[in-house]
Design a protein around this ligand. Structure first.
Ligand code: PLP
Length: 381
């Protein structure tokens, strides 16, 4: 077996979701899949694509029209790429994998936030890269001093960013974006920014990918799994300048040939016609975010207000048990499943992730259960 692969484990999110299936009557707030149907224009475009026999390979980089349409879409975020700088991938996951594989050698150092989406660390380990973690501020905003310190003292090749964040929901402020751009400008590093949730945001959007002066250092990864509620259809994309793209394309080509053709045609129609559905979904998530935040604050839990995505990440430190133990007990005794913070790295200890991709009724019942569980097991909290 490959020694590097042996070093990693199946994602803690998935492992926990498997446990949930075994507990009868449990409510699960574990999933990162919007509870909305895929927009109708997308389904119809996919059905039409099947009827038109568009079931063959597309070019490795994806359907040209879709790559053009993605450029138009990115422009609405003030991000400028041309069609040749876009590669359509098999979800954001393959995008991340192909990018990390293309830019890193065994022994190279990558700076990853903690807590963070687990793929960054685990793909890096598979490649044999050295993972260095940077802690976030208490409210999960970026701690630029820590990043500066790590960049100065360690020979970092890749800086990993992710906004809005899974699991914390944190985003980048304008000031932090500007400071970060200044920092990146003066360093010889590659920055990968994972923006899977860029359309699900409750405040102004800022990204290092907007800064033209560091375009040659930034690789942007995103996708449509979340915004079009199509996690099973597997369409993501990478945007970056040619020097990176030509290497990323090799990994992508030998790994997957191309992203699924039918789903590419669906996304193409979605970008033309379904952005209103995305906006409605975003508004719903914002309302649910407020509900979860209020319920957690009523329970006197420390919690940072998420500014995007559809997760909330309260502290459970005051209960003095590990996050794994706490979530197991909550599942078995409280019949409520949330993901232990350690599924997002060691710095997730003391937290749990709640996904609010669930209806108002389910969320209400879940928080009622949580409240009863805390009163019963931690009466002095
Ligand atoms: N990046 C982040 C931050 C995510 O949360 C996810 C999925 O949950 C991905 C990437 C992977 O997305 P996909 O399902 O499109 O592969």
């Amino acid at each position: 077996m490959n020694k590097q692969v042996e070093k990693i484990q199946i994602s803690g999110i998935r492992r926990f979701a498997e446990k949930v299936k075994k507990v009868e009557g449990a409510i699960s707030l574990t999933i990162g899949q919007p509870d909305f149907p895929v927009p109708i224009d997308i389904s119809e475009a996919m059905i039409q694509a099947i009827r038109d026999n568009k079931t063959v390979y597309t070019s490795n980089a994806g359907v040209d029209e879709l790559r053009e349409e993605i450029c138009n879409y990115l422009r609405t975020f003030d991000i400028e790429y041309n069609k040749d700088e876009i590669c359509i991938t098999v979800g954001g996951s393959e995008g991340l994998y192909s990018v990390l594989f293309a830019v890193m050698n065994s022994g190279d150092k990558i700076l990853i936030p903690g807590p963070a989406y687990p793929a960054y660390e685990n793909i890096s380990i598979m490649i044999g890269a050295d993972v260095v973690t940077y802690p976030l501020n208490e409210d999960f905003t970026l701690n630029l001093d820590k990043i500066r310190e790590k960049l100065e003292n360690e020979n970092i090749k890749v800086l990993m960013l992710s906004f809005p964040s899974n699991p914390t929901g944190a985003i980048l402020s304008k000031e932090q974006r500007n400071e970060l751009v200044e920092l990146i400008k003066n360093k010889n590093i590659i920055v990968i920014t994972d923006e899977m949730y860029s359309s699900i945001i409750f405040d102004d959007y800022y990204s290092v990918a907007q800064a033209k002066e560091i375009k040659d250092k930034v690789i942007y990864v995103s996708g449509f799994s979340k915004i079009f509620s199509m996690t099973g259809l597997r369409i993501g994309y990478v945007a970056c300048c040619e020097q990176y793209m030509k290497e990323i394309m090799k990994v992508h080509q030998y790994g997957v040939s191309c992203a699924p053709s039918i789903a590419q045609y669906g996304v193409l129609e979605g970008l033309k016609k379904s952005l209103n559905d995305v906006e409605n979904m975003r508004k719903t998530f914002e309302r649910r975010k407020d509900y979860c935040l209020n319920r957690l604050r009523d329970l006197n839990l420390e919690v940072a207000e998420p500014k995007g995505a559809f997760y909330i990440f309260p502290s459970i430190k005051k209960f003095n048990v590990s996050s794994e133990e706490f979530c197991e007990k909550l599942l078995n005794e409280g019949k409520l499943a949330c993901v232990p913070g350690t599924a997002f790295g060691d710095l997730g200890e003391g937290y749990m992730r709640i996904s609010y991709c669930y209806s108002d009724e389910i969320l209400k019942e879940a928080f009622d259960r949580f409240e009863r569980f805390l009163k019963l097991n931690f009466p002095n909290f």
